[in-house]
Design a protein around this ligand. Structure first.
Ligand SMILES: [Zn+2]
Length: 451
């Protein structure tokens, strides 16, 4: 079965794809497709979806999962516990953690991932992440993050991990010139992403927006994640987080905000009207007790919403299909708290499994500003994943195989294909030696905690 997530939400049985040079050339009932190709993949008994799109992550945090001192902390305490550990990272740590995170993402059906890297200690650079990602085969949208306001200037991070603003802007420009691809089928794109309102100056936000708009690339930052942040922007700038961003020229269809938990109706309206997107990260929001983002209200208002697994120290995993399930369940908990357990006309609606998967596919493409991915349609990238339906996890759930993907416990993809190339084949990563990579990653993770 092919779930296209096209404008009509077509789900076609006994169907297939014909791919040429990385793009979908034909799509429909298998009997209508050419019978010969360089490679024919028989996926009888499988369900096939557009590749999932991750809109928020910090790959490097796979090195600091489940650290005891940060297990029961809210965002600010959690950050303060992690900053000094992350400050010990090297370029090699960035490389190994990038591959671990991408491996997990690929095995969960993801074909395009954004990553937000905002610390560059010990000579590490965004180049380390970009180069490490090239071996794996997923599309990467690398966000050049930044922090410039340290503790001594009233920011949250220690002074040792913040950078000089001129240097940040020069590096951003160098990366845009070196790596950003604008064409359909781009494998690498650059985003500019100052970390948060409590770690950069207003000036850096403004200058970064100017630079991004000169190059026509996207802007991203963490916003309205916690009540601490809201208090910070009100005390320091006299404004709520969204109003602050509006005052800095940071609204528009080239901007997306990660989290947006603490936003009111008016702010959701501004997102919808201006085209600001949202990266919804339900596991992280639960893990850090940040709160519940009003996702159904956003969707109803017309806001572009995608899903993100968020950094691996606050999830603590990169299972994007699992994240779609979390989004559905958390939205239902929210509905329950607003009266959905009482059968009345006014009871809030439920998020459906299909809505959750739509956020993970075409929603993510809208947020990242890409019209070449997110659905299975002629002319789009040949990015998809397939899952064998004949498995224990789905036994008894084949009344609706597509819903089973999020109603049943999350499973791993059997095939993940990007631009017609295998990234996962028969359940195994095609381009990585996983056992040695895990060993190396565990060694690096231990070393970071030992210092
Ligand atoms: Zn984040």
């Amino acid at each position: 079965m092919l779930a296209t997530f096209d404008d009509h939400g077509r789900e076609i049985s006994d169907a297939g794809l014909f791919v040429r040079d990385g793009f979908i050339e034909q799509l429909g009932p298998s009997s209508d497709l050419p019978t010969e190709a360089d490679e024919v993949l028989d996926l009888a008994g499988h369900i096939l979806l557009p590749g999932l799109i991750n809109t928020h992550h910090h790959f490097y945090q796979t090195l600091t999962r489940a650290i005891p001192a940060a297990q029961n902390a809210n965002l600010f305490d959690w950050l303060v516990t992690h900053y000094p550990i992350w400050a010990r990272m090297t370029a090699d740590d960035i490389r190994v953690s990038t591959q671990i995170a991408l491996a997990e993402l690929a095995l969960s059906g993801c074909t395009t991932a954004n990553d937000h890297l905002y610390m560059f200690p010990n000579g590490s650079r965004l180049d380390d992440e970009i180069e490490a990602a090239q071996n794996v085969g997923l599309r990467l949208q690398a966000s050049r993050g930044s922090m410039s306001v340290g503790e001594s200037q009233g920011g949250l991070p220690p002074d040792s991990v913040v950078e000089n603003e001129d240097q940040i802007l020069a590096e951003s420009q160098r990366l845009l010139d070196s790596y950003h691809q604008a064409e359909a089928g781009a494998m690498t794109q650059i985003v500019l992403a100052p970390c948060s309102p409590f770690s950069v100056s207003q000036d850096l936000m403004r200058e970064t927006a100017k630079l991004a708009r000169d190059y026509g690339v996207k802007l991203n930052t963490h916003l309205a994640e916690t009540q601490d942040e809201e208090l910070y922007t009100i005390e320091n700038f006299g404004m709520r987080p969204v109003a602050l961003m509006e005052s800095l020229g940071w609204v528009g269809d080239d901007v997306w905000f990660s989290h947006s938990v603490h936003v009111n109706e008016e702010e959701v309206g501004l997102y919808a009207q201006s085209g600001c997107g949202v990266a919804h990260c339900p596991s992280s929001n639960m893990r850090l007790a940040s709160g519940i983002a009003p996702v159904l209200d956003m969707l109803e208002a017309g806001v572009n919403v995608g899903l993100g697994v968020d950094g691996s120290a606050s999830n603590d995993g990169s299972h994007l299909l699992g994240e779609a399930r979390q989004a559905m369940l958390l939205s239902r908990l929210d509905a329950g708290m607003r009266g959905a357990s009482l059968s009345t006309e006014e009871a809030p609606p439920f998020m459906s499994g299909r809505q959750a998967l739509e956020m993970a596919t075409r929603g993510g493409a809208d947020v990242l500003g890409r019209d070449d991915i997110g659905s299975l349609e002629v002319g789009k990238c040949a990015d998809f994943f397939a899952i064998d339906l004949n498995r224990l996890d789905y036994a008894g759930a084949l009344h609706d195989p597509l819903a089973a993907l999020v109603f049943c416990a999350p499973v791993k993809a059997d095939y993940t294909v990007v631009g017609g190339n295998f990234v996962v084949k028969e359940g195994q990563l095609a381009n990585l030696e996983l056992p040695s990579l895990i060993e190396e990653h565990n060694r690096a993770a231990m070393r970071l905690l030992e210092n």
